[in-house]
Structures are given as structure tokens and as C-alpha cells.
Design a protein around this ligand. Structure first.
Ligand SMILES: *Cc1c(COP(=O)(O)O)cnc(C)c1O
Length: 378
């Protein structure tokens, strides 16, 4: 397994610096005063990535914990919550909101396109009495990215708080939390920042804090209760013992990210070249627009199953790409070109393995994917 190249849209490959950081000697994070300063410093690096002065919280748990915490902390039974749904994660927000007693209003948009801002504008003009709205920045299962800036601006004009799942976009595409006015943005360690799974992080605006605090009923959760995080630094108190080694890893990954002046340009160039290789072939991209620079979803040709493709790719070519989720599970394969995965040589190896595996399975590819990719990169 050691040289298997993990080209999935999370978890992504983890660099050696980050893996080494995890092996550093740990401290007691509840008692060591230096750890609080260290945690604050890591938060400030995340503020730089997300371009915000809002409070940043890093929680021990996978990305889903962030999504659930936002819902648990904001929602009181009967609150009207707007769920913008143009993908599986978007739709999934409705389940969390429902779990915490919200009156959920879900607006569905086509899954193979970014949310049409004019259509959204027309709907919001008619109905806008929502406590907050949720949407997904990048729909990882389908590779569609939404225009977070336009959607948030629109919500702000109607005084609707925004909760944005940017788990698979933060670090791979530019994000301006303060300029765009995002109230809560959610991220995870194992996507574009290329830290092992285990952490979720978020920024919380003053308006979001106000909504979290001005509740009549108690938050129905402890681990998911954001109220407990408000004065952690002043009080030198964490609600639970922090995952020290995971945060060491995040810190090392953030140093690497902040020193990388080409990170967005590289994501954009590589994603464009991957898409072009598919476009020039007789394969099909799933999306019609809103292509994400972090993940590409490709239709699996008729007669081929993800299982056999994956087996061949991992066993004969040492590359792993991902299936999709839900109703797309057998229909799409996904290449994650985010974070540590986003280097030309890794995509070359991936596309070559994909190309050869498809041929071995009897699909008559009309071009060589890896060669088009390299041409596009030059
Ligand atoms: C990865 C991801 C999450 C976290 O969920 P897991 O499936 O448990 O990894 C949440 N939202 C999005 C958009 C993601 O890509």
C-alpha cells in the first residue's frame, strides 16, 4: 500500500512535513499555557487562508462535526431554515436542520450546474423570512462549485445569515469571508489543506455569535455547542481535550500553504488541463458549468463498474480514484486534484493509469488522456 497514490477528493495525500509534525512530542493542552497561544496562532493562520477577522474554531472531529455544530447551535425548534440544494451535501443539510427541529425550506436546483443566481434572486425576492440559509461551496460528489460571493451577497441583502460548507474548496480556491460577508464557513482538515482526517474548522461572524447566543432554548448537544467556544482563550479553557497531534499537523500544513504563492494558480491550471483531456476524449464530464478546480467528476462509460475500474487502477497501476456518493455512486468517478494531490506529475500518473485501465476493460478511448493533459500544461 505504501506507494499507492491517493487521488481521491479527500482524504488527500499528506506531505512528509505534515506527517512528521504529527510525531512531535505532545503536551497537555488543558494545562500548558503555551498550547493556548499555539492554538490561537493556528487559528490566525486559518484566518489568513479564509481572509477573515472573525473568530476561528478548530474542533476535533471530521468535517461533518462542523456542519452539525452550526445547525445545532443556530437552530431552535420551529426556526425557518433555507437549504439551497444543488448536490448531495447541499441536500444533506436539510437532514441536519430537520434533526434540530427546524422548519426546513429546501430549494432544489439542477445538480450538474452551479446555482443560477438570477433564479435564486427571483425566489428570494418572494420569500426571505429565514433565520439562515445553508449552501455548499463545492459539491464534492459531482465536482460543481457555486459562486459563494454572489450567493452570500444576495443573502446579506435580505438579512439572511449564511452557513457555507466549503470543506472541499477552502485552500484550493480563493475565499474572502469578510469581503463576501459569510457568517459561518466550514472546513475540514483532509481536503485542500492535506492534513489527515480528524479536524473541522470554522469562522463565526458577530452576527452568527449573536444568533447562537440569543436563544430561548438550550443547545441540544455538548460537543456541537458553539457557545462553549466563546471565551476559550481568555478563560484558558477548552470544552474538551484538544487533538494535539492533529493540530500540529494542521499548523505544518498551513505554513506550507501560506508559503506557496502559486497555490490557486496551480489548482486552476491543473483542473483546466484535466477537464480538457476528458473533453477531447470520448468520455463525458458530469458538470455542464461551475467546474470546480479541486475535483473533477467523470461519467463511467456504459458496461464498466467502479469496482472493476478501481481494482485495476489500484492493483495494477497503484493509483486510487474515487467513486461518487448516493445516486451517483455507480455513475461517476472522481479525481481529486486538491492540496497535495495538485501537482502535474501526480495527475499525469493518474490519467495514465485511468487511460490504461479503461482500455484494459475494453473501452475504446479515442485519445490518450495523459498526453493531452501534458500538452495542456505546457
Ligand atoms: C468531505 C466533505 C465533508 C465531510 O464529510 P465526509 O464525507 O465525512 O468526509 C462535508 N462536506 C463536503 C462538501 C465535503 O466534501
Amino acid at each position: 500500500m505504501s506507494d499507492l497514490l491517493i487521488m481521491t477528493p479527500g482524504p488527500t495525500e499528506v506531505s512528509e512535513e505534515v506527517r512528521r509534525a504529527m510525531s512531535r512530542k505532545i503536551t497537555n493542552p488543558d494545562l500548558d499555557p503555551e498550547f493556548f497561544d499555539f492554538y490561537l496562532d493556528v487559528s490566525s493562520k486559518l484566518q489568513q487562508v479564509m481572509r477573515t477577522k472573525n473568530d476561528v474554531i478548530i474542533m476535533s472531529g471530521e468535517g461533518i462535526l462542523g456542519l452539525e455544530s452550526a445547525c445545532a447551535s443556530l437552530i431552535e425548534p420551529g426556526d425557518r431554515v433555507l437549504v439551497l440544494d444543488n448536490g448531495i451535501f447541499g441536500r444533506g443539510f436539510a437532514d441536519f436542520a430537520d434533526l434540530y427541529g427546524a422548519d426546513v425550506i429546501r430549494w432544489e436546483f439542477p445538480y450538474n450546474q452551479e446555482i443560477d443566481i438570477d433564479k435564486l434572486e427571483a425566489k428570494v425576492a418572494e420569500e426571505n423570512d429565514f433565520k439562515f440559509a445553508t449552501f455548499v461551496h463545492c459539491e464534492t460528489p459531482t465536482g460543481v462549485i457555486n459562486n459563494a460571493e454572489e450567493i452570500t451577497n444576495l443573502l446579506n441583502r435580505h438579512n439572511i445569515l449564511s452557513v457555507v460548507d466549503s470543506v472541499s474548496a477552502i485552500g484550493g480556491v480563493p475565499i474572502e469571508v469578510d469581503k463576501w460577508g459569510i457568517d459561518i464557513i466550514l472546513g475540514g482538515s483532509q481536503k485542500c489543506l492535506s492534513v489527515p482526517p480528524g479536524l473541522t474548522f470554522m469562522s463565526v461572524s458577530n452576527a452568527a455569535w449573536k444568533a447562537v447566543n440569543n436563544r430561548e432554548t438550550a443547545v441540544r448537544g455538548y460537543y456541537t455547542n458553539l457557545q462553549l467556544w466563546q471565551n476559550w482563550y481568555e478563560e484558558k479553557y477548552f470544552p474538551y481535550t484538544q487533538a494535539v497531534s492533529d493540530i500540529y499537523a494542521l499548523d505544518a500544513a498551513l505554513d506550507k500553504w501560506l508559503a506557496d504563492k502559486e497555490v490557486f494558480e496551480r489548482h486552476s491550471r491543473i483542473a483546466a488541463a484535466v477537464r480538457e483531456s476528458i473533453r477531447q476524449s470520448n468520455l463525458n464530464l458530469y458538470a455542464e458549468d461551475g467546474y470546480s478546480d479541486t475535483v473533477t467528476a467523470i461519467e463511467i462509460p456504459e458496461g464498466i463498474s467502479y469496482q472493476e475500474l478501481n481494482q485495476l487502477m489500484t492493483e495494477s497501476h497503484n493509483v486510487m480514484i474515487a467513486a461518487s456518493l448516493g445516486e451517483f455512486e455507480d455513475k461517476l468517478i472522481r479525481i481529486g486534484h486538491m492540496g497535495e494531490n495538485c501537482y502535474e506529475e501526480k495527475l499525469y500518473r493518474t490519467l495514465k493509469a485511468f487511460d490504461h485501465s479503461l482500455r484494459e476493460l475494453g473501452f475504446a478511448l479515442n485519445v490518450e488522456l495523459h498526453k493531452i493533459f501534458v500538452n495542456e500544461m505546457n
